[in-house]
Design a protein around this ligand. Structure first.
Ligand code: MN
Length: 198
Protein backbone atom coordinates (compact mmCIF):
# COMPACT_ATOMS: atom_id res chain seq x y z
CA UNK A 1 0.00 0.00 0.00
CA UNK A 2 1.36 3.38 -0.99
CA UNK A 3 0.47 6.70 0.61
CA UNK A 4 -1.72 7.45 -2.40
CA UNK A 5 -3.98 4.55 -1.44
CA UNK A 6 -6.44 6.13 0.96
CA UNK A 7 -8.99 3.45 0.20
CA UNK A 8 -7.92 -0.12 -0.49
CA UNK A 9 -9.32 -3.07 -2.37
CA UNK A 10 -10.77 -5.64 0.03
CA UNK A 11 -9.29 -9.12 0.12
CA UNK A 12 -11.81 -11.86 -0.57
CA UNK A 13 -12.33 -14.46 2.19
CA UNK A 14 -12.47 -17.22 -0.47
CA UNK A 15 -10.47 -18.22 -3.54
CA UNK A 16 -11.46 -17.05 -7.02
CA UNK A 17 -13.09 -20.40 -7.71
CA UNK A 18 -14.51 -20.68 -4.17
CA UNK A 19 -18.03 -19.64 -5.20
CA UNK A 20 -18.40 -21.89 -8.25
CA UNK A 21 -20.62 -22.95 -9.89
CA UNK A 22 -22.84 -20.09 -8.68
CA UNK A 23 -20.22 -17.47 -9.56
CA UNK A 24 -17.27 -18.76 -11.57
CA UNK A 25 -13.63 -17.76 -11.20
CA UNK A 26 -13.55 -15.56 -14.29
CA UNK A 27 -16.44 -13.46 -12.98
CA UNK A 28 -14.80 -13.10 -9.57
CA UNK A 29 -11.52 -12.14 -11.24
CA UNK A 30 -13.10 -9.41 -13.36
CA UNK A 31 -15.69 -8.23 -10.83
CA UNK A 32 -13.30 -7.92 -7.89
CA UNK A 33 -9.97 -7.49 -9.66
CA UNK A 34 -11.10 -5.11 -12.43
CA UNK A 35 -14.46 -3.48 -11.66
CA UNK A 36 -14.11 -3.01 -7.90
CA UNK A 37 -10.39 -2.28 -8.20
CA UNK A 38 -11.25 0.38 -10.77
CA UNK A 39 -13.68 2.11 -8.40
CA UNK A 40 -11.00 2.10 -5.68
CA UNK A 41 -8.42 3.59 -8.03
CA UNK A 42 -10.89 6.22 -9.24
CA UNK A 43 -11.92 7.25 -5.72
CA UNK A 44 -8.34 7.56 -4.54
CA UNK A 45 -7.65 9.91 -7.43
CA UNK A 46 -10.78 11.95 -6.76
CA UNK A 47 -10.48 12.46 -2.98
CA UNK A 48 -6.76 13.20 -2.73
CA UNK A 49 -6.37 16.54 -0.96
CA UNK A 50 -10.13 16.92 -0.32
CA UNK A 51 -12.23 16.66 2.85
CA UNK A 52 -13.38 13.20 1.69
CA UNK A 53 -9.89 11.74 2.19
CA UNK A 54 -10.54 11.71 5.95
CA UNK A 55 -14.01 10.11 5.80
CA UNK A 56 -15.27 6.55 5.96
CA UNK A 57 -17.08 5.28 2.86
CA UNK A 58 -20.44 5.44 4.65
CA UNK A 59 -19.99 9.13 5.39
CA UNK A 60 -18.89 9.94 1.85
CA UNK A 61 -21.93 8.17 0.43
CA UNK A 62 -24.21 10.31 2.59
CA UNK A 63 -22.44 13.62 1.85
CA UNK A 64 -20.87 13.55 -1.62
CA UNK A 65 -22.28 13.90 -5.11
CA UNK A 66 -21.17 13.20 -8.64
CA UNK A 67 -18.17 11.01 -9.34
CA UNK A 68 -17.06 10.88 -5.69
CA UNK A 69 -20.48 9.56 -4.67
CA UNK A 70 -20.63 7.07 -7.52
CA UNK A 71 -17.21 5.55 -6.89
CA UNK A 72 -17.54 5.52 -3.08
CA UNK A 73 -21.01 4.01 -3.37
CA UNK A 74 -19.78 1.27 -5.67
CA UNK A 75 -16.94 0.42 -3.27
CA UNK A 76 -19.26 0.28 -0.27
CA UNK A 77 -21.83 -1.77 -2.17
CA UNK A 78 -19.29 -4.26 -3.53
CA UNK A 79 -17.63 -4.68 -0.13
CA UNK A 80 -21.00 -5.61 1.37
CA UNK A 81 -21.73 -7.91 -1.60
CA UNK A 82 -18.46 -9.83 -1.73
CA UNK A 83 -18.13 -10.20 2.05
CA UNK A 84 -21.63 -11.68 2.51
CA UNK A 85 -20.72 -14.86 0.63
CA UNK A 86 -18.87 -17.91 1.80
CA UNK A 87 -17.41 -20.77 -0.19
CA UNK A 88 -17.00 -22.95 2.88
CA UNK A 89 -19.76 -24.40 5.06
CA UNK A 90 -22.10 -21.54 5.80
CA UNK A 91 -25.31 -20.69 7.59
CA UNK A 92 -27.98 -21.21 4.94
CA UNK A 93 -30.89 -19.41 6.61
CA UNK A 94 -31.46 -16.78 9.31
CA UNK A 95 -32.40 -17.73 12.85
CA UNK A 96 -33.25 -15.87 16.03
CA UNK A 97 -34.05 -12.14 15.96
CA UNK A 98 -33.35 -11.79 12.24
CA UNK A 99 -35.65 -14.69 11.35
CA UNK A 100 -38.35 -13.13 13.55
CA UNK A 101 -37.98 -9.83 11.69
CA UNK A 102 -38.08 -11.62 8.30
CA UNK A 103 -41.26 -13.46 9.26
CA UNK A 104 -42.87 -10.28 10.53
CA UNK A 105 -42.06 -8.26 7.40
CA UNK A 106 -42.54 -10.86 4.68
CA UNK A 107 -44.49 -13.77 6.19
CA UNK A 108 -41.74 -16.38 5.81
CA UNK A 109 -38.14 -16.81 4.67
CA UNK A 110 -39.35 -18.32 1.38
CA UNK A 111 -41.72 -15.40 0.80
CA UNK A 112 -38.89 -12.98 1.51
CA UNK A 113 -36.62 -14.68 -1.02
CA UNK A 114 -39.36 -14.63 -3.67
CA UNK A 115 -39.99 -10.90 -3.17
CA UNK A 116 -36.24 -10.16 -3.14
CA UNK A 117 -35.74 -12.02 -6.42
CA UNK A 118 -38.75 -10.27 -7.95
CA UNK A 119 -37.42 -6.84 -6.92
CA UNK A 120 -34.01 -7.73 -8.36
CA UNK A 121 -35.45 -9.01 -11.61
CA UNK A 122 -37.66 -5.94 -12.16
CA UNK A 123 -35.02 -3.33 -11.32
CA UNK A 124 -34.58 -1.61 -14.67
CA UNK A 125 -31.00 -1.10 -15.80
CA UNK A 126 -28.03 -1.16 -13.40
CA UNK A 127 -28.39 -1.21 -9.64
CA UNK A 128 -28.72 -3.21 -6.46
CA UNK A 129 -31.53 -4.92 -4.55
CA UNK A 130 -31.20 -4.68 -0.79
CA UNK A 131 -32.49 -6.08 2.47
CA UNK A 132 -32.18 -3.21 4.93
CA UNK A 133 -33.04 -2.47 8.54
CA UNK A 134 -35.17 0.47 9.65
CA UNK A 135 -34.16 2.33 12.83
CA UNK A 136 -36.87 0.37 14.72
CA UNK A 137 -35.35 -2.98 13.66
CA UNK A 138 -38.00 -3.81 11.08
CA UNK A 139 -36.94 -4.97 7.62
CA UNK A 140 -37.54 -3.63 4.14
CA UNK A 141 -36.47 -4.57 0.61
CA UNK A 142 -35.30 -1.64 -1.52
CA UNK A 143 -34.25 -1.20 -5.13
CA UNK A 144 -31.38 1.24 -5.60
CA UNK A 145 -30.18 2.39 -9.01
CA UNK A 146 -26.57 2.71 -10.12
CA UNK A 147 -24.34 3.18 -7.02
CA UNK A 148 -27.00 4.08 -4.44
CA UNK A 149 -27.12 2.48 -0.98
CA UNK A 150 -30.01 2.40 1.53
CA UNK A 151 -27.71 4.07 4.07
CA UNK A 152 -28.58 7.29 2.19
CA UNK A 153 -32.19 6.84 3.43
CA UNK A 154 -31.15 6.25 7.04
CA UNK A 155 -31.38 2.46 6.74
CA UNK A 156 -28.80 -0.17 7.68
CA UNK A 157 -27.79 -2.26 4.64
CA UNK A 158 -27.81 -6.00 5.44
CA UNK A 159 -27.82 -8.04 2.22
CA UNK A 160 -27.43 -7.06 -1.41
CA UNK A 161 -27.51 -8.66 -4.85
CA UNK A 162 -25.66 -6.77 -7.58
CA UNK A 163 -27.77 -6.60 -10.74
CA UNK A 164 -25.30 -4.71 -12.89
CA UNK A 165 -24.71 -6.92 -15.94
CA UNK A 166 -20.99 -7.21 -15.11
CA UNK A 167 -21.98 -9.23 -12.02
CA UNK A 168 -23.59 -12.07 -13.97
CA UNK A 169 -23.15 -11.81 -17.72
CA UNK A 170 -20.17 -14.19 -18.04
CA UNK A 171 -22.01 -16.91 -16.11
CA UNK A 172 -25.68 -16.28 -16.90
CA UNK A 173 -25.72 -13.96 -19.96
CA UNK A 174 -29.16 -12.28 -19.97
CA UNK A 175 -30.67 -14.65 -17.38
CA UNK A 176 -30.68 -12.30 -14.40
CA UNK A 177 -33.45 -14.23 -12.62
CA UNK A 178 -31.40 -17.45 -12.70
CA UNK A 179 -28.39 -15.61 -11.25
CA UNK A 180 -30.49 -14.13 -8.44
CA UNK A 181 -32.02 -17.51 -7.56
CA UNK A 182 -28.59 -19.17 -7.50
CA UNK A 183 -27.03 -16.60 -5.16
CA UNK A 184 -28.99 -17.85 -2.13
CA UNK A 185 -26.78 -20.93 -1.90
CA UNK A 186 -23.62 -18.87 -1.26
CA UNK A 187 -25.03 -16.29 1.19
CA UNK A 188 -23.71 -16.81 4.71
CA UNK A 189 -26.55 -15.77 7.01
CA UNK A 190 -24.24 -15.62 10.02
CA UNK A 191 -22.75 -12.51 8.37
CA UNK A 192 -26.17 -10.96 7.69
CA UNK A 193 -27.12 -11.64 11.33
CA UNK A 194 -23.96 -9.83 12.49
CA UNK A 195 -24.92 -6.81 10.38
CA UNK A 196 -28.48 -6.92 11.73
CA UNK A 197 -27.42 -7.04 15.38
CA UNK A 198 -24.95 -4.14 15.16
MN1 MN B 1 -20.67 -5.02 -9.52
Amino acid sequence: MTQDEIFTLIDLPYSQDGLKPVINAETVAFHHGKHLAGYVKNLNGLVKGTEYAQMQLEEIVCKASGAVLNNAGQILNHNLYFLQFSGSPKKSAPTGALLDAVNKAFGSFDAFKAEFEQKGTTLFGSGWVWLAKNPDGSLVITQEVNAANPIQKGLVPLLTFDVWEHAYYLDYQNRRADYLKALWSIVDWSIIEQRYSK
